[in-house]
Design a protein around this ligand. Structure first.
Ligand SMILES: Cc1ncc(C[n+]2csc(CCOP(=O)(O)OP(=O)(O)O)c2C)c(N)n1
Ligand SMILES: [Mg+2]
Length: 328
């Protein structure tokens, strides 16, 4: 079966989003190596840009996303403001959460990014709540939740999948199988070869996809998001990809075979897609260079913005931590 071609302007947007995410995270890597520049633990999704870009590009503005500790790509693909995201990661007052959330517990309400959490497996139950609210209020939109292969072994994820299946919620589960959970391989914590096989146990379609092929991810996301939108209940995508850096920037990956890193570097989603766009005549080398440079300029501006911003004052430590429900 021949697939419908993806329009050239969308293909350009897919590339532009991926390179922006890569440059943003490369800058975090560089700054993490300087003293006192990046507070806390920096957890990057370098190498996984095609998953974030392919999935999020298939969404509508009303859709809600919930993410985990490896979230920058999801948020940037969704259109989060670069300046306030970088400022948040650098713990500055102008950050999207006032500099008090940092990289690991973000929320970006402007783009319907409800929450990111470093509590492994915390996102799916919360996403059940968001999707239930959408269903109950007959609101537009679906919820998409990103989590890892390690999280897929958590009871909370199975409970969330079960309830989503029982209630037929408009919820798309996206498992990024990046071949690592900390320093553990999937075969150490996962009894199935394909995590997507588990979807059948909760009465939802589950499919695996090459998570380094942005167009394949995008097409599958369009298809399964349509399923969720149509009232047929949840769906599950497992995207096979690779975590190119350590678990966090402090992790030197002593447990990783360098040969494996080389194999996956050759499958880099950005490098491969750049070549594809060149081969297909969608972009020429000069246009690609201009896109790459623009991403670098935007990231540099975001760092300058964050650098110029103050840290939050101690008097704000107890604000924004508790919200009374309406009419309380
Ligand atoms: C409930 C809980 N258990 C353990 C941890 C420690 N921890 C943080 S990330 C991580 C690995 C998660 O692996 P995976 O879900 O595959 O996501 P990835 O880091 O590969 O993106 C672990 C065990 C935690 N943060 N929360
Ligand atoms: Mg993982």
């Amino acid at each position: 079966m021949t697939e419908n071609p993806i329009a050239p302007d969308l293909r350009t947007r897919l590339y532009t989003r991926m390179i922006l995410i890569r440059k943003f995270e490369e800058k975090i890597t560089a700054l993490s190596q300087e003293p006192n520049r990046m507070p806390g633990m920096q957890i990057l999704a370098t190498g996984q840009e095609a998953v974030a870009t392919g999935i999020v590009s298939a969404l509508d503005p009303a859709d809600v996303i919930v993410s985990n500790h490896r979230s920058h790509g999801h948020l940037l693909a969704r259109g989060a403001d670069l300046d306030s995201l970088m400022a948040e990661i650098m713990a500055k007052e102008t950050g999207v959460n006032g500099g008090k959330a940092g990289t690991l517990h973000l929320a970006v309400p402007d783009v319907n990014a409800l929450m990111t959490s470093t509590v492994v497996g915390a996102g799916p139950p919360l996403a059940v709540g968001a999707a239930f609210a959408q269903q109950y209020q007959r609101a537009k939109g679906i919820t998409v939740v990103f989590f890892g292969d390690g999280a897929a072994a958590e009871g909370s994820v199975h409970e969330a999948m079960n309830l989503a299946g029982v209630w037929k919620l408009p919820l798309l589960f996206v498992c990024e199988n990046n071949c690592w959970a900390g320093a553990q391989r999937p075969e150490e914590h996962c009894a199935t070869r394909h995590i997507s096989q588990r979807a059948g146990g909760y009465d939802m379609p589950g499919r695996s996809v090459d998570g380094n092929d942005v167009e394949a991810v995008y097409r599958l996301a369009v298809e399964l998001a349509a399923h969720c939108r149509s009232g047929w209940g949840p769906a599950f995508i497992e995207a096979h990809t690779y975590r190119m850096r350590g678990h966090g920037e402090q992790d030197r990956q002593h447990y990783v075979d360098p040969g494996e890193l080389e194999i996956w570097a050759a499958r880099c989603p950005i490098r491969c897609y750049r070549q594809k766009l060149l081969d297909d005549g969608v972009l020429d080398a000069a246009q690609i260079l201009a896109i790459d440079r623009d991403a670098e300029t935007r990231v540099a501006a975001a760092v300058a913005f964050a650098d110029a911003s103050p840290y939050p004052g101690a008097e704000t430590a107890l604000t924004d931590v508790f919200v009374l429900p309406p009419n309380a």
